[in-house]
Write a protein that binds this ligand. Structure first.
Ligand code: SF4
Length: 343
């Protein structure tokens, strides 16, 4: 039992596919209402990215499945379906917690066959979603990275990672580490509507600045860019300026894509938030999950032109490995795998 006030609801053996056992808990706190946490023992901590993937990393760790940040556009939602849940409410409220990840990770890093390859965290769900403040799995993971001098990176929407800054600095002293904050917009209205339980974007910008001041190279992923919602030149310039002021070491931008169950979740949300945009989105995504080449090029031009603007003083590079997915009719969809689980 890790939290005060935590209630053991049930124990269900083999309830979740792929996990030995699950202890289901609820927490009596406003931010956890109607949310259940499934504490499981994972057999492995390091996941190997499929060879066909063009992700810029080969190994990942995701201590949580499901994400209470509840972003309406979240690319990871369909992964919950593999667990027998839905990609809507269940993804936000039925959270799998791999409580033994730090221990399992140490055993894996100790193996002679492990060649200290880069490990990326936060590639599927957010490792610093709010329950991490209670479960505290990331410090154990960082400690393992430090002790085994293993190159690593993290992507998150939460300044909670600053809690572990000292550990990150210790890693930086012995091997490569970098961070990225995902910040789709600085605008209050679309932020509150599309990322209802995430920390304020200004707090994320502050985290970028603090990490860079501390010597942890930290960039920003402006994703997804959603037509008519957060992609106006004014909106994008504002965030690029904030990134520059924060010393962001890289910036990436990705257009919204709507694969699998995400389409339904997103479009249901759009109907209530911006019914005026529904027809445009139906046209934009009529041929598939990805925007057309023209729309993709428009977004890239938007980012590039702002980067060139002397007023924004941007000396930033493009974010390593992030590319814009597009879908051409009849194509193999090779490029889309790049975005498989980045959020
Ligand atoms: S986009 Fe990231 S932060 Fe948002 S719900 Fe998905 S995993 Fe969580």
């Amino acid at each position: 039992m890790r939290w005060d006030n935590l209630k053991l609801e049930a124990e269900a053996e083999s309830r979740l596919p792929g996990y030995r056992e699950a202890v289901i808990r609820t927490f009596d706190a406003p931010e956890a209402l109607d949310t259940r946490f499934y504490e499981v023992y994972a057999k492995s901590a390091i996941n190997k990215v499929p060879a066909a993937s063009r992700m810029p990393f080969r190994y990942t760790i995701n201590p949580y499945r499901g994400c209470t940040h509840s972003c309406k556009f979240c690319f990871a939602r369909p992964t919950h379906v593999y667990l027998g849940w839905n990609a809507g409410r269940d993804f936000e409220r039925e959270i799998v917690v791999k409580v033994n990840v730090p221990e399992v990770l140490r055993a894996e890093l100790r193996k002679p066959s492990w060649k200290r390859e880069h490990i990326a965290m936060g590639t599927n769900t957010d490792p610093y979603q709010w329950c991490e403040s209670k479960y505290r799995l990331m410090p154990g993971i960082w400690e393992a990275m430090r002790d085994f001098r293993n190159p690593c990176s993290v992507l998150t929407k939460s300044p909670l990672l600053l809690r572990d800054l000292e550990l990150m600095k210790e890693i930086a002293a012995v091997t490569d580490i970098h961070a990225n904050l995902s910040i789709p917009t600085l605008d209050e209205k679309p932020w509150r509507a599309s990322e209802p339980h995430t920390p304020h974007p200004r707090k994320r910008i502050e985290a970028v600045a603090e990490l860079n001041r501390a010597g942890i190279p930290t960039g920003v992923l402006i994703a997804p860019l959603m037509p008519g919602i957060n992609d106006s030149p004014k909106q994008v310039e504002a965030i690029l300026q904030a990134c520059a002021d924060a010393g962001a070491t890289s910036i990436g931008g990705i257009a919204l894509h709507l694969r699998g169950e995400v389409r339904q979740v997103f479009m249901d949300w759009l109907r209530s938030y911006r019914p005026d945009l529904v027809e445009r989105y139906e046209e934009l995504y009529a041929r598939g999950a990805y925007v057309s080449r023209e729309e993709s090029d428009r977004i890239q031009r938007l980012l590039r032109s702002a980067k060139r603007d002397p007023e924004t003083r941007l000396g930033v590079r493009s974010m390593r490995g992030v590319c814009e997915p597009t879908e051409k009719p009849g194509s193999s969809g090779a490029r889309r795998v790049v975005q498989e689980s980045l959020f």
